[in-house]
Structure formats: structure tokens, C-alpha cells
Design a protein around this ligand. Structure first.
Ligand code: DQA
Length: 142
């Protein structure tokens, strides 16, 4: 039961980037917690981050065969990337789209997601707890 936890652009700056919006936890903290929770839930969590759209697309392709589920925060690509949406549409397992902030209370350009129509579930505004919730959800589905 392998789960791909995929973080998009600028999420490597977590903890240092706009902490009033995204909090003070670092991405390493998030990934450590996700792996520990995964172990508790019987999941092997493979956490990756990239600032490059094509690298994210390639990682999603791996989920066609090598992962039972994908938890993805596509960052700003949420609002721009047909390529990431199409890659996600090709994979069989459950997909959870996570946003740390509540994108719907923010600028209008963050209100539209190319990813949501192909996601099984969407979590926004729960902070980094959203990743825990996402893992608990996929554990019930795979
Ligand atoms: C984000 C929200 C996006 O609009 C933004 O571009 C991000 C992070 C979030 O986790 O709240 O990079 O996906």
C-alpha cells in the first residue's frame, strides 16, 4: 500500500514562505509526520517535492503502476496546469488534492482548480493537518 505524497512549486519554502498563511512547520516536518502516520495506517508514504511541472507529471505517471493512491498539493499549478490534471486523470487509484490555505477565501485566481474535477477528495484550509486527513482518507480506500 504505497502512497505518493507530491508537493508542487514553492512548497520547499514551507515554514519560511508567508508563515501567516502557510504556518511555521517546514516541509521536512510535514513529510516526517506523514511517513509516521503512514506507518501507523499500514501505508508506505513516498514524499516528493518539485518546482517543475514536467517532473510532477512524471511522478504522477509512476502512480499508474507503482502507487495505490496520490495525495497532491499542486501549489500554484492547481490554477494553471492542464498537464497535471490530465496526468491525474490517467491514474486508477484515489487522489486527494490538499491545500494548506483555504484558497476560496483568497484571491479570485485561486478559486479555480484544474485538479478538483479529477480528484476523489479536496481538502483546503485545514493547514498541514490536511495531509493527515488525506492519508486517513486514502487508508480507507485502498
Ligand atoms: C496552496 C494554495 C495555492 O494557491 C498556492 O499557489 C500554493 C499553496 C496551498 O497549499 O494553500 O502554492 O496550494
Amino acid at each position: 500500500r504505497r502512497v505518493l505524497l507530491l508537493h508542487g512549486p514553492n512548497l520547499n519554502l514551507l515554514g519560511r514562505r508567508e508563515p501567516e498563511i502557510y504556518g511555521s512547520e517546514t516541509l521536512a516536518d510535514v513529510d516526517d509526520r506523514a511517513r509516521a502516520l503512514g506507518t501507523e495506517l499500514g501505508l508506505t508514504v513516498d514524499a516528493r517535492q518539485s518546482n517543475h511541472e514536467g517532473v510532477l507529471v512524471d511522478a504522477i505517471h509512476e502512480a499508474m503502476t507503482d502507487f495505490a493512491a496520490v495525495v497532491i498539493n499542486p501549489g500554484a499549478y492547481t490554477h494553471t496546469s492542464v498537464a497535471i490534471r490530465d496526468a491525474l486523470a490517467a491514474i486508477p487509484g484515489p487522489i486527494v488534492e490538499v491545500h494548506i490555505s483555504n484558497v476560496h477565501t483568497r484571491e479570485p485566481f485561486r478559486h479555480h482548480s484544474y485538479v478538483s474535477p479529477v480528484a476523489t477528495a479536496v481538502i483546503a484550509g485545514a493547514g498541514t493537518l490536511g495531509y493527515d486527513l488525506a492519508l486517513r482518507f486514502v487508508a480507507t480506500r485502498i
